[in-house]
Write a protein that binds this ligand. Structure first.
Ligand SMILES: Cc1cc2nc3c(=O)[nH]c(=O)nc-3n(C[C@H](O)[C@H](O)[C@H](O)COP(=O)(O)OP(=O)(O)OC[C@H]3O[C@@H](n4cnc5c(N)ncnc54)[C@H](O)[C@@H]3O)c2cc1C
Length: 335
């Protein structure tokens, strides 16, 4: 009998780096799906982060950051990458009460930041109360809501790690657009952002945040694992309207389903292969199959190819829903 050749594997990282192997990404994504990251770490500070980034370069592995994991879909097979969480290295929040500013670490979650600002009588982040992302992730997509309020409008500067160096970019050095910015895909790793806020009575800020959250609870499947709006809004229309009109609400493949509440959300019942629940149920493959079928039906009915908003994390060729999508003009929408 011939011995099987094992697949090429990466050398072990030095133990002091604190990187672990084969971390299930299902533990780090909001949709609670996704296979293992080849290496995973949560560096305790900036210096440790720089060392991890240097090791990733030496090992010829991409370095990827996971924030709230709310805008990504990770392959069931996982990703050959060093994935880092900045929750320890970039988790600080510092208010400047004189200037009505806050400097927030990249890993600070937007809802917690909005609440902390409200407690100090500062408004400007009300829109972010229902967005389950971290500051660093929000700066990739210029996260915001349908009335035009978005993080880019209140950014004063952004601190990044670029080629091993800390750099401060002014607001004007970043291009801000609908659900994208020049930081996205640039290789810059966001460390923190300085945001300008506005004095506003705490009770008013909190009342508005309550209203925004109630509206979300009425219209979005907030209790089921999901990845937010799956497709971008095409020019002059809403992805959710097209998906519903094409008869896709409730469409199911395996354990994944188009939400019956909001047609641009794909949900599952919380059971995930490789996830914290033992019963095998939904997989990322199921989500991709639902996305592909939604695209087919919307294209057949309206001639529009929906472009995924949720970012793909996987090795090898792009899966069908990402290949099929040719970019077309987008406009701000409800999410
Ligand atoms: C229920 C739900 C509701 C949502 N509602 C909204 C909404 O109203 N408006 C809206 O705009 N979005 C919404 N989203 C989408 C999502 O929350 C936002 O896009 C959010 O800003 C993503 O942030 P994140 O930290 O989760 O990013 P992640 O999903 O963790 O990461 C997304 C991308 O950003 C990169 N990234 C993350 N942190 C950094 C960093 N520090 N430096 C460099 N790159 C980084 C990642 O590597 C990845 O490429 C919603 C999602 C869900 C699940």
């Amino acid at each position: 009998m011939t011995a099987l050749t094992p697949p090429p594997s990466h050398p072990d990282p030095p133990p002091h780096l604190g990187l672990t192997r084969d971390e299930p990404m299902a533990h780090h994504t909001y949709i609670r799906l996704g296979g293992p990251a080849a290496f995973f770490g949560a560096p305790p500070d900036f210096e440790a982060l720089v060392r991890m980034a240097a090791w990733a370069r030496e090992a010829a592995l991409p370095l990827r950051v996971v924030g709230g994991g709310s805008n990504m879909l990770v392959a069931d097979e996982g990703v050959r990458a060093v994935v880092v969480s900045l929750r320890h290295a970039c988790g600080e929040v510092t208010f400047d009460d004189q200037r009505h500013e806050v400097t927030a670490g990249a890993a600070v979650m937007l809802p917690a930041l909005a609440r902390a600002a409200a407690e100090r009588g500062l408004g400007g982040l009300e829109f972010a109360i229902g967005i389950p992302g971290a500051v660093g992730g929000a700066l990739q997509t210029n996260a915001g809501i349908g009335d035009g309020r978005c993080i880019g409008n209140i950014v004063r500067s952004v601190e990044v790690l670029r080629d091993g160096q800390r750099l401060t970019l002014s607001r004007d050095e970043v291009a801000w657009d609908y659900r994208t910015t020049s930081l996205r895909g640039s290789g810059d790793l966001v460390l923190s952002a300085r945001l300008g806020l506005t004095p506003r009575p705490r009770a008013e800020v909190e009342a508005e945040m309550r209203r925004l959250l109630e509206a979300r609870q009425r219209t979005q499947p907030t209790s089921e694992p999901n990845a937010g709006s799956v497709f971008r809004n095409p020019e002059g229309d809403h992805a959710a309207r097209l998906i519903q009109a094409a008869g896709c609400k409730g469409l199911r493949v395996g354990g994944a389903q188009v939400s019956t509440l909001h047609a641009n959300f794909i949900v599952h019942d919380g059971k995930a292969r490789g996830g914290p629940t033992a019963d095998a149920a939904a997989t990322t493959k199921d989500v991709l199959a639902v996305m592909a079928e939604v695209q087919r039906r919307v294209r057949a009915a309206f001639g529009v190819t929906l472009v995924p908003e949720v970012e793909w994390w996987g090795d090898g060729p792009l899966p069908e829903p990402y290949r099929a999508a040719s970019p077309h003009p987008q406009r701000p929408g409800s999410d």
